[in-house]
Design a protein around this ligand. Structure first.
Ligand SMILES: [Zn+2]
Ligand SMILES: [Zn+2]
Length: 370
């Protein structure tokens, strides 16, 4: 057992507070990781601001990069000193979803992520939940071995910290779920960290037209720098017509990376007959998404979702690192700010303001740092 400093959400909605907690030793299937950098995700923000229900006390943070400190007795593929990335889609490798090749939908994900109640506690022994079985806004975390993958030392850790969620979700939605073909037209609604990853995924897949839609001029400018061929202001009431015109009658694919029902409805309206809309934003159940039956029946449009980019992260993350190191992805450009751990609430303020791409918190860069 060891004492660590972690950012705790004691009540929701609320603010994070740096507190001392007690972290257990790793079980046979677990790994103790020193967290170097962690990305701030909108899903964390929505638990802090009360948009989504949560059960405090909780340590948030699910995308991180760090260094292995100790491994459980069953862990063979990771060793002390390895640089690793966390991914919240922990998988068992043996259930129906896993053997079908969909580990991101593993039947045992919740069970594996929940772990033991004593994994993380207050000094008085009260359990504190590490989100997704990770709890990355902390100096160290005990993580199931199947929520980790090793990365080469050449990959800078600040950029690596966003591989486990933003990058995997954005690129995975395009290449794994939507399976965008060369020459396609792809619209990405929402050009934050995840949307900019989707734009890079569309470029990698050989899309001919890549149309970014966002409300913030800086994000539209970044979209063009990272591969978008067109950038449209989402406030323009004529944006659907503009997309339909540029694409010659509608897009082959729309990726919805905002997470609101109205954007999903717009995505469907932007599609060509036979087109596919893929939702990667966390869309609340209320208000409901309104669908036009004609889009489905006469026009054969498809509406599908993708959780975490339908990833096989053990393969995908090393592949994305390889492409980054070759210069074929610009994942470093997704990180707009690296802030100190003490400023984590300001980082969420910046994310809530809608101007930042991905904000990364530096927890303990140490010798394993940049
Ligand atoms: Zn996330
Ligand atoms: Zn499974």
């Amino acid at each position: 057992m060891r004492r660590i400093t972690a950012a705790v959400l004691a009540q929701a909605p609320g603010r994070l507070e740096l507190q001392e907690l007690v972290l257990s030793d790793p079980d046979p299937d677990e790994v103790l990781v020193r967290i170097a950098y962690a990305g701030l995700c909108h899903s964390d923000l929505h638990e802090i601001d009360g948009t989504f229900d949560t059960t405090p006390p909780i340590v948030l943070g699910h995308e991180a990069a760090g260094v292995v400190v100790e491994v459980g007795s069953n862990v063979r593929d990771l060793a002390v000193g390895d640089r690793v990335v966390t991914c919240l889609s922990v998988f068992c490798g043996r259930c129906r979803a896993c053997v079908r090749g969909l580990p991101s939908s593993c039947d045992r994900r919740t069970e594996l992520a929940t772990g033991r109640p004593d994994r993380l506690t207050t000094p008085a022994g009260r359990p504190v939940r590490p989100t997704a079985g990770i709890g990355a806004f902390a100096e160290m975390a005990v993580v199931h071995r199947n929520a980790l993958v090793a990365i080469p030392p050449a990959m800078p850790l600040p950029t690596a910290s966003i591989l486990g969620c933003a990058v995997t979700t954005g690129i995975g939605a395009v290449v794994r779920r939507a399976r965008v073909e060369p020459g396609s037209s792809v619209v990405v609604i929402g050009a934050g960290g995840v949307g900019l990853a989707a734009i890079q995924g569309a470029r990698l897949a050989g899309a001919r037209l890549i149309i970014a839609v966002d409300l913030v001029p800086e994000k539209l400018a970044a979209s063009v720098e990272l591969g978008a061929t067109h950038a449209f202001d989402g406030r323009d009431p004529g944006v659907v017509a503009a997309v339909r015109e540029v694409t010659g009658g509608g897009a082959d694919h729309v990726i919805e990376a905002v997470g609101v029902a109205s954007a999903v409805e717009r995505a469907m309206a932007m599609l060509a007959p036979g087109g596919v809309a893929t939702v990667i934003g966390m869309v609340p159940s209320d208000p409901p998404i309104r669908l036009d039956g004609n889009d489905l029946f006469f026009l054969e449009k498809t509406l599908q979702g993708s959780f975490m980019g339908s990833n096989q992260f053990v393969r995908d993350i090393p592949a994305y690192v390889g492409l980054q190191l070759q210069g074929r992805l610009q994942l470093d450009r997704l990180v707009s700010e690296v802030i100190p751990f003490e400023a984590i609430n300001d980082g969420f303020g910046s994310l809530a303001g809608g101007r930042s791409r991905r904000v990364v918190v530096e927890i303990q860069s140490g010798e394993g740092g940049r």
